[in-house]
Design a protein around this ligand. Structure first.
Ligand code: GLA
Length: 406
């Protein structure tokens, strides 16, 4: 362990400060992030509207404020990797790329705040970011202070180019320095992801005490296979992940990719509904300037957002998976349960399915199932009368079940 980490651990021990205590993330965060859609596009000559720049961030903030996203709850506008210039300044402070961020980050965050939105940024725990820009190793306190000075409200802290064994103390150190600035900064970590894919154990109790959000798996890509792979990974680890999610800290299956190139309408419904079941962050990465109305309607669907943001913050679990049909269940406030039926099959024809209350682990005798995308259709299900449904290929049916006293 490097010696600066030892110093911080000693400070933490003396102060008795063992966890994250920033009051943020009482429900999963919602917002927009550059990475999945805009990557590390730095070619502003050829692609001026889509390169990572203050222009792009302002354009998205404008749309989030004007077109209903902010009012639906999407509040963070976050720049991912590739915002930095190649070197720190002579005081060791981070410097944004001067051509793409000519007004500086403080002015950009002021702009985002002027739209009643919050501003987020990306850095890396290691010597360099994944894109090869200066990382925070040896500069954590300076960087935390810089972010606070710039009005940053959210930090995505990556784990490239670092020693995985330093993660627990290193991520804790950054959290400590962020808290020490006195500014409320939401803290998103990638620490479990790098450990899990390297076959190493993760101390999730410690992760939860340190971070508001943590990535557990590979980056989402613009495809159905990627979304399904993430859902399946969550299914296989459902019991462990669920244990640590709740108000203040959440598992992160990565960005919402609705509105991009890779998903059909049915598949977009799956991602929105599954991210609601998983109490996952709704951090979009898409081009809000050019988005299909059907994608926009799903992103702004208040019924799905309400499930996602349910105050109890209980993450859903996989109940069973058979013949490519997954059944997921999430307990909600007011004694309701969200139940999702996901059809992974690609055979073209919708599946006719029938489930008893026992299959769905619902213990009372009578339930009202309300279709949850529109909240308009109700189905009565009893011990004698199973739930009969039809689920499209690569599709999902989502219901809210509520016990009925007849
Ligand atoms: C890693 C992260 C991504 C993104 C890139 C940026 O791959 O997992 O989410 O931040 O780095 O380089």
């Amino acid at each position: 362990m490097t010696c600066w980490i030892l110093v911080v651990v000693a400070i933490l021990a003396v102060r008795g400060l063992h966890g994250l205590d920033n009051g943020l993330g009482l429900t999963p965060p919602m917002g927009w992030l550059t990475w999945e859609r805009f990557r590390c596009n730095m070619d502003c000559d050829r692609d001026p509207d889509n390169c990572i720049s203050e222009h792009l961030i302002k354009a998205m903030a404008d749309i989030m404020a004007a077109n209903g996203y902010r009012d639906a709850g999407y509040e963070y506008v976050i720049i991912d990797d590739c915002w930095l210039g190649p070197e720190r300044d002579t005081n060791g402070r981070l410097v944004p790329d001067p051509n793409r961020f000519p007004s500086g980050i403080k002015n950009l965050s002021d702009y985002v705040h002027s739209k009643n939105l919050k501003f987020g940024i990306y850095q890396d725990f290691g010597t360099k970011t994944c894109g090869g820009f200066p990382g925070s190793e040896f500069y954590m306190q300076t960087d935390a202070e810089t972010f606070a000075d710039w009005g940053v409200d959210y930090l995505k802290f990556d784990g490239c180019n670092s020693n995985l064994y330093d993660f627990p103390s290193g991520y804790e150190a950054m959290g400590f320095f962020l808290n020490k600035t006195g500014r409320s900064i939401f803290y998103s970590c990638e620490w479990p992801f790098y450990k899990i894919v390297s076959g190493l154990q993760v101390d999730f109790a410690k992760v939860r005490k340190t971070c508001n959000l943590w990535r557990n798996y590979y980056d989402v890509q613009d495809s159905w296979s990627s979304v399904l792979d993430i859902v399946n990974f969550w299914g296989s680890n459902s019991k462990i992940f669920t244990k640590y999610a709740g108000p203040g800290g959440w598992n992160d299956p990565d960005m919402i990719i609705l509105g991009n190139f890779g998903l059909s309408y049915e598949e977009e419904r799956v991602q929105m509904a599954m991210w609601a079941i998983l109490a996952a962050p709704l951090i979009m990465s898409n081009d809000l300037r050019h988005i299909r109305s059907s994608s926009k309607a799903l992103l702004l669907n208040r019924n799905l957002i309400a499930i996602n943001q349910d105050k109890l913050g209980i993450q859903g679990i996989l109940l069973q998976k058979q013949n490519g049909i997954q059944i997921w269940s999430r307990d909600l406030s007011f004694n309701r349960t969200a139940v999702a039926f996901l059809n992974e099959n690609s055979d073209g024809m919708p599946r006719f399915l029938s489930f008893s209350l026992v299959d769905l682990k619902l213990t009372s005798s009578t339930y009202n199932f309300t279709e949850a995308f529109d909240m308009k259709t109700n189905i009565l299900v009893t011990r004698q009368r199973p739930l009969k449904i039809k689920v499209n290929p690569h599709g999902i049916n989502l219901y809210i079940a509520k016990e009925m006293h007849l």
